[in-house]
Design a protein around this ligand. Structure first.
Ligand code: NAD
Length: 410
């Protein structure tokens, strides 16, 4: 519904904001959630998994008590209690329903004329994008010097440029020092060098400044489960906690807080419980920011390579030279490979562009299989597709990318 902007771009309307309507989006969202929940209930039944709805707490290392219900004595238990949004108490103490977290923002109750997004990370940009597409004037306030801190700057740049056309304002190095209820809205007090109006008013505020693991108040101490100073459950490579029979997976078991990491860990824990040889030993975890364009990366990033002072050879393929990107009128993308100069192994891949999240699967396989740039360059890719940009970037490592003029060195 949202990335269908490509239909519009076919008509030459590059970067035209997508036209989506609230009821259409909400109706579709409800249908998807309902169908997926029903499917899960069906799969639970088919696998003889009993589903109990209630709040559970550990009584000891073998028992979980469900509030107002029965106590379960278990052979093994897997903790997957997830995380909750951080709410800085000093200025987000307000209980005003106009101040939302990601769960509230996903309800799509209305389209606020003016929306303040505090935090320019995953949630802030994804939800800010949705509300901008619905028609809100979105202001993003980010504490650090760039959107999506930690992500390679060359990948963020095309998204930042696009967001500048969709959002009303993007303030970097800026702080929200206080939020105050006023008639018909929330007044935000902003502190930042580039801020013109330091006390703007918004109909709604989305707070997206990070998440913290849900490890408090579930009796982990009674069960002998240790938690580190950031609140994450301490786990070993099988995802076993410090309590013999208890395992932990997902957001409670450490960063990155991503759903696919949780699923993967769940399978490792289940195999370990069954006594199989299984450890969490991945070379990479894919990350995708679901904006338009998307940003996706896996393995080593340039930022990490610099920090580690690790020598890597970077090859980049600009989507301006991709036939498929041209037909989509979305040539702002970039595909980047980081290659070990000695072994020629692919160490990391970063992509910004439409469908980057779909393309990162190939990059993950390459990294997990220790593929070299040659492996990618010798793998035929369908034409015309965006995946050819991975292929051409790999060819570029050898100076022979078909759609790139050879550099003088080569
Ligand atoms: P985040 O860590 O991605 O971003 C938080 C941002 O808020 C950072 O840029 C940070 O610098 C900024 N910030 C912190 N304090 C601030 C303040 N007081 N004022 C202004 N800015 C401030 O966190 P998130 O967006 O809340 O998402 C939480 C986690 O959920 C993510 O780290 C990610 O692991 C997960 N997530 C993933 C996806 C996905 O996979 N597409 C989507 C949503 C969430």
């Amino acid at each position: 519904l949202i990335t269908d902007t490509r239909d519009a771009t076919h008509l030459g309307l590059q970067f035209a904001p997508p036209r989506i309507d609230l009821n259409g989006v909400r109706g579709h969202w409800l249908k998807v959630v309902d169908t997926m929940s029903k499917n899960l209930a069906f799969l639970c039944k088919a696998r003889k998994v009993e589903y109990v709805n209630g709040r559970g707490t550990f009584r000891d290392g073998r028992t979980v008590q469900v509030e107002g219900g029965v106590a379960y004595r278990f052979e093994h238990c897997v903790v997957a209690t997830g995380s909750t949004p951080v709410r800085p108490p000093a200025f987000f103490g307000t209980n005003n329903p106009r101040v939302m977290d990601s769960t509230g923002a996903l309800q799509l109750e209305d389209v606020p004329p003016r929306l303040l997004v505090v935090g320019g990370g995953y949630i802030g940009l994804e939800m800010g994008y949705v509300y901008a597409a619905l028609g809100s004037k979105v202001t993003v306030v980010e504490l650090t010097e760039g959107l999506l801190p930690g992500v390679d700057r060359d990948l963020v740049l095309p998204l930042h440029k696009r967001l500048e056309t969709l959002f009303d304002k993007i303030y970097l190095r800026t702080k929200v020092v206080k939020l105050e209820d006023v008639k018909g809205g929330i007044k935000a007090f902003l502190e930042g060098a580039d801020v013109a109006d330091k006390e703007p008013v918004f109909e709604r505020v989305l707070v997206a400044v990070g998440r913290k693991p849900n490890t408090r108040d579930i009796g982990l101490d009674k069960a002998g489960v240790a938690v580190d100073d950031k609140g994450f459950v301490t786990v070993d490579e099988k995802r076993r906690t410090t309590s013999e029979r208890i395992f932990a997976i997902g957001d409670v078991a450490g960063e990155p807080m991503l759903a696919h990491k949780a699923t993967y860990e769940g399978k490792i824990a289940a195999a370990a419980i069954l006594g199989e040889k299984a450890v969490y030993d991945v070379r990479a975890v894919p990350a995708v920011v679901f904006t338009d364009p998307e940003i996706a990366w896996c393995g080593l990033t340039e930022t990490e390579a610099k920090k580690q002072k690790r020598e890597v050879k970077k090859v980049k393929f600009n989507w301006l030279a991709s036939g498929r990107a041209m037909t989509l009128a979305r040539t702002e993308g970039v595909t980047k490979l980081l290659i070990d100069p000695e072994t020629e192994r692919v160490l990391g891949v970063g992509i910004v562009g439409v469908d980057a999240g779909e393309m990162i699967g190939e990059a993950m396989l390459a990294i997990e299989m220790s593929a070299t740039a040659k492996d990618l360059a010798l793998t035929m890719h369908a034409h015309p597709t965006l995946s050819e940009t991975i292929y051409e970037a790999a060819e570029d490592f050898y100076g022979v990318a078909t759609h790139k003029a050879p550099s003088k060195k080569n």
